[in-house]
Design a protein around this ligand. Structure first.
Ligand SMILES: NC(=O)c1ccc[n+]([C@@H]2O[C@H](COP(=O)([O-])OP(=O)(O)OC[C@H]3O[C@@H](n4cnc5c(N)ncnc54)[C@H](OP(=O)(O)O)[C@@H]3O)[C@@H](O)[C@H]2O)c1
Length: 233
């Protein structure tokens, strides 16, 4: 069983399709129940939708409670599927020269990117640190290099990178692994909602990026791919 956050659109929704096409049990999450339900319905019986605002610790805890209920339900139906992967795609963008940025919009950006990642990883570690669960955290190439006009977005993604690198050290020796993902530009709803007018027609589609990510997420008995950068051509 795979839990995918930020799956009401973009990369998360595309990953849900890839894994569902592969007959995996998929739980998709986001805040927009209507969009989530439509995606779950289109993907079929092996996908279920759970609404959660990841900036709230109570909402994150309730999400994992529901994931555990879904696992138990499957065991009763003789189709056991343990949660083995959490892919965290939730996030949002906000751009512009720093002096033009609005404090409330900056606060929302930090919540959707930093707090959501911290709350999600914190709850996953609390519950599964002694289990072979891979937590895949999608950041951005904006977590690898500075970008003019993207200062607060870079700040948010660099913060998430610092956070997960530190948690990795706390998990040393544990079967739980954290996998860092740094995608470049994708042609998704991210740009319109970020307020940045941009021609994204040459960017990767969400499905292209999801397909590459799914193929890159491999592990063996004694190793795993820990860091993945997906550049646009
Ligand atoms: N698109 C790009 O060019 C690009 C490039 C590099 C990195 N990224 C990163 O890749 C990730 C996925 O982006 P995308 O392009 O797929 O964007 P997207 O289409 O806008 O999807 C973002 C998802 O995050 C969810 N979300 C946002 N805030 C949330 C919150 N507080 N709680 C729960 N869910 C929340 C949204 O769902 P609801 O609205 O339903 O909550 C949506 O499903 C993001 O972290 C983004 O920063 C994007």
């Amino acid at each position: 069983m795979i839990l995918i956050t930020g799956a009401s659109s973009g990369l998360g929704a595309a990953l849900a399709k890839c894994y569902s096409d592969d007959n995996q049990q998929v739980i998709i999450s986001g805040r927009n129940t209507r969009r989530l339900d439509a995606i779950a319905q289109a993907l079929g019986a092996n996908t279920c939708a759970i609404t959660a605002d990841l900036t709230s610790d109570a909402s994150v805890s309730a999400l994992f409670d529901q994931v555990e209920q879904a696992q138990q339900k499957q065991q009763v139906q003789q189709a056991p599927s343990r949660l083995h992967t959490v892919i965290h795609c939730a996030g949002s963008g906000y751009f512009g020269a720093i002096e033009t940025q609005n404090p409330a919009a900056i606060a929302e950006l930090l919540q959707n990117n930093i707090m959501s990642a911290i709350m999600l990883v914190r709850e996953a570690v609390k519950r599964y640190r002694d289990q072979a669960v891979n937590v895949v955290v999608v950041m951005s190439t904006a977590a690898q290099s500075a970008k003019a006009g993207e200062s607060t977005y870079c700040a948010a993604k660099w913060a998430v990178r610092g956070f997960i690198e530190s948690v990795r050290l706390e998990l040393k020796g544990s079967p739980m692994k954290i996998i860092a993902v740094y995608p470049g530009g994708m042609d998704t709803g991210f740009w319109p909602t970020s307020g940045k007018a941009l021609d994204t027609s040459s960017f990767m589609s969400a499905l292209e990026a999801a397909d590459m990510l799914k193929h890159a997420l491999v592990s063996t008995q004694h190793g795993y791919v820990a860091d993945i950068t997906i550049n646009r051509a």
